[in-house]
Design a binder for this molecule. Sequence first.
Ligand code: SAH
Length: 409
Amino acid sequence: MPNAANIPLHAGQAPEGTAMCAGAESTAAQVDLFGLDRTGLEDFFEQRLGEQRYRAHQVMKWIHHRHVTDFGQMTDLGKGLRAKLEQHAVVQAPAVLLEKPSADGTHKWLVGMDGRNAVETVFIPDKGRGTLCVSSQIGCGLACTFCSTGTQGFNRNLTAAEIIGQVWIAAKHLGNVPHRQRKLTNVVMMGMGEPLLNFDNVVRAMSVMRDDLGFGLANKRVTLSTAGLVPMIDRLGQESDVSLAVSLHAPNDELRSELVPLNKKYPIAELLGACQRYVARKPRSSVTFEYTLMKGVNDQPAHARQLARLMRRFDNAVQMQDAAKVNLIPFNPFPGTRYERSPAGDIRGFQQILQEARVLATVRRTRGDDIDAACGQLKGQVLDRTRRNAQFRKQLQARDGGDITDAAA
Ligand code: SAH
């Protein structure tokens, strides 16, 4: 992969800060319609163009169902309106810098965002469904020790347009038409970044994913995964309605604080409290707790028993069996990491302890690891604004003294 600084600027892609790339938040002359949800687009038609609100619906269908971004091709709009749109708006799909198909059907895109940074988006087909893993930030500031993105540092939040752009690229590639030719059935906000630290843009993008005029996904088929920002989980419950996944990874605070530094701010008891409030707002909802299994770190029978107790207590608190679901993720290695994947037998043993305690526990099948597209392997191209990446490189050099070009480039 090229270095961040070497990413070529693609045809039609404007340099950072210009109107074309600036997204819906821009005050510049042209608004990028990718970044607007139904209400935003209706307002745009009414207030900016002086048109009927329903015109927004036609344009949404052109963009998200037919994958047309050129106003000239939107043939059911009058000529006058098309000319107005050309003057006031753009539909700017992010540039695909690289595409990698995997032997198992997984497909990864490196999506250029501003000529200097890029994120990764991954499509994972499975029996009867297709899941897209979408990024919410360029890099990540949370520095979870076992996550590749965490070693890269952070550049910025993605705009709503850039988040929706990833879904659009995949939908176009797959020839997806909501309710008719359904290839994309699920979206998980589990790519690069912490979605709850980019709240407004993520919520707006998820509303387009769930809109029939957008990608037409059922609410429960859009999942937001968080490392555990307690106040924002509560806000999500008030402002949106999607499935919640929480990266737990450890059954006690001491270990979790080591793996997920955010735990020092929002320890397990507080986190589980917010999750309980989240499921309590709606009958029959649940929370998925992700638990990455690392050899000798968090995969021992004692950890499984402790986790089982936490999960049972959770079910009891909300008075619903299986309100807490555990998703065990075999650790995916990346260059420079000190962790290893737990042996298959230990993973099965861990699952069994949970099941015997009547806790619903599944093991996530590793997909796309031959193209570095598995959980925790996403890197993209991040122009780090923090010192995280430099620190990681320094640690590696001190430890191995060897070649680290691959590890953190
Ligand atoms: N910041 C969000 C979303 C990104 S991570 C969150 O923390 O949930 C998506 C999932 O992949 C999380 O559960 C994360 O903990 C897991 N993950 C990260 N690194 C991994 C690795 N190396 N192997 C397996 N899973 C990993």
